[in-house]
Design a protein around this ligand. Sequence first.
Ligand code: PLP
Length: 451
Amino acid sequence: MSQIPNSLHGQDIANILHPYTNAVRHQEVGPIVIERGEGIRVYDDTGKDYIEAMAGLWSVAVGFSEPRLVEAATRQLNALPYYHTFTHKSNEPSIRLAERLVAMSPARLSKVFFTNSGSEANDTVVKLLWYYNNAMGRPERKKIISRRRAYHGITVASGSLTGLPVNQQDFDLPIAGVRHLTCPHFYREGREGETEEAFAKRLADEFEALVLAEGPETIAGFIGEPLMAAGGVVPPPATYWQKMQAVCRKYGIMLVADEVITGFGRLGRTFGSDYYGIDPDIMVVSKQLTSSYQPLAAVLISDELFEGVAANSARIGMFGHGFTTSGHPVATAVALANLDIIEERGLVANAAAMGEILQKGLASYADHPLVGEVRGAGLIGAIELVSDKAGKTPFDPVGKAGRYLFERGHEHGLIIRAIGDTIAFCPPLIITQSDVADMLARFGRALDDTA
Ligand code: PLP
């Protein structure tokens, strides 16, 4: 089908440069055109159904056919389809959403800045930290510490915080002033005989040593996903966050929780920060905020940060940062309806309950000869494939088995994600027990085809 030039598939090949795609291979295999969605399933243009075990891109909390979100968007489009929020302008949905986000977020966060995407939100974080430290008369305090395998987006600044080679190679990233620590992955980075807690201590010691080597007065912030997702689903080792947080506090380093994936119930608590006991100075949310029916992200900041930024904006004449669509009325109206649904249907509790079933189901594959590690928390899980279980030996080339299994998944009506040879699961929060069973059965068949 992909060869017919004026078919939809042919037009795709002719006209689109796809994100996160091998552009040469795409010319041969063409697109899978998704036409519609219903609940946790999507359907392609041949009518084939897939369980969307990734909720799109870790993002569709309420499923793919929620009429209340359509109604909320339609109502707002009729009332006020667009207005900006520059120069004192505002709109009701963005006011109500900011109020709601502040109320539900960790206690120290009191102001909201809206962007369209997680990448823009993390770019905003970098700029806020720079602006704030200039305002406070500390122009040398600009460096930001992240982790290898972190994912914080792909713009110039957020792509620098990201710790994945593919996002930096030949893009001339990272920018100056960004440092990356060891990924907190016990299975890959833990040493022989080391406990999880000792591993966490070693990583916090590494953090402190880096801060001292760079000069604490030069470090503006530390950013982390409560549970690393796009870098391979890495739950932190026990006590990791308490220890990393203590280093931040000791040296006055702003702690940024990137909750773009973990926000709004993914781990069975409202935020990943609740789940791991993180008390951030800045929190970034997106994706499940609108179930990605509309592009929207938000940066929540502490009073301390706001006051520094506000004073500087008064000195300069304005806070010179913002997007045409910051606080878009339709996106924020959809977010409000989406948060209503998450609350009314108890989807955070459902994520906790279904998460337990998912983790148990994934653990049942632990003895499989191709499975090196099963890991996850709440309603996010992963299976790492290895060529040799005892030696934890990766496949050569890395990603070969993951890609094969990903493609077998499609044949069995399952959309999973292959991150190298790690297969990720992150289904919509509305998933039921029988859906989890169906999803794992499809996965089992794809795994059997791979073995
Ligand atoms: N931060 C995290 C933790 C993410 O997982 C992502 C996207 O997956 C981003 C930021 C970037 O978000 P976006 O793709 O909306 O720019």
